[in-house]
Design a protein around this ligand. Sequence first.
Ligand SMILES: [Zn+2]
Ligand SMILES: [Zn+2]
Length: 324
Amino acid sequence: AARIKRYVINPLGHKWTHHNITYRILKFPNTLNVDDTRKAISIAFTKWSDVSPLTFTEVTDGNTTADIAIGFYTYNHTDCWWSPLHPCFDGLNGELAHAFLPPRGEIHFDNHEFWILGRSRFSWKQGVWLNDLVQVAAHEIGHALGLWHSRDPTALMHPNATNTGQRSVAQDDVWGIQRLYGCLDKKRVCDPWARLGFCERRRSFMRKNCPRRCDLCLQPLEAVATPTPPPANVKLKLVPRGKVVGFRCGSRNPRSAPKVSWYKDGEQILASIPGYIVVKDRDLRIIANEFNEGVYTCRVHRRGDAVSANSWAIRLKPEQASNS
Ligand SMILES: [Zn+2]
Ligand SMILES: [Zn+2]
């Protein structure tokens, strides 16, 4: 069976426009010393630099600004209302951290928690959970790089990764980050190999070691995310920015609830993204903006065959220039 991608890129397509990313730790935690905190954060960044063309450098000198600002804060900070990624801090336990997409890219940890360098465990002596800073930081860094939550339970970007203790980047996370930033050649001898014709003759070997040199970066995804061409009967809708647009798929009175799948510009919509796209069975709703323009298609399946399809092309109404 083909592997299905489950990662979600943020719907606005926010990402860093450069690859040499800097970070700064503005405020250190109460429960972990400065050296171990630095070490944990650095290990967490390495998990992403190992599988992407990104590099991460800590900035310590006070005059230089960094891309990603990191801090440990208590709950008298309420900016979490603006971050859709994890709700507000709640004292001990519960929410551990939250992050903002690029270009804000901040990561805030709950300073009421007990942070450690090492695997999360319960301390009987102190009667509290000690949280693995590397693990939580690695997940939050994924957000600060532009990834939303994945539906793959083995992914680091799964919302429960902190509870399951998932510590390393999984294939789904790799696909997600490479979708945003491109892939990485692990070997330094890709050029000579490519000249020897390895891209054609030793495809799977090169996909593993030199995907970039051979243009095989998104190979695993293309196999599953085959663009589905929109059907001929596309209805064009011109909508004002900010309007909520709803679509309903299938006939008015089906005898049995049909199985429906939704696509945007040929790519299947696998999950709702709160605030942007909501999918519920036969209904799909979007909030019209620049990023939601495009062709939405629904397909009705019966016994595995697509029996009908509808498409709507959403375009924003040009805004009237007010030059009265
Ligand atoms: Zn915050
Ligand atoms: Zn998260």
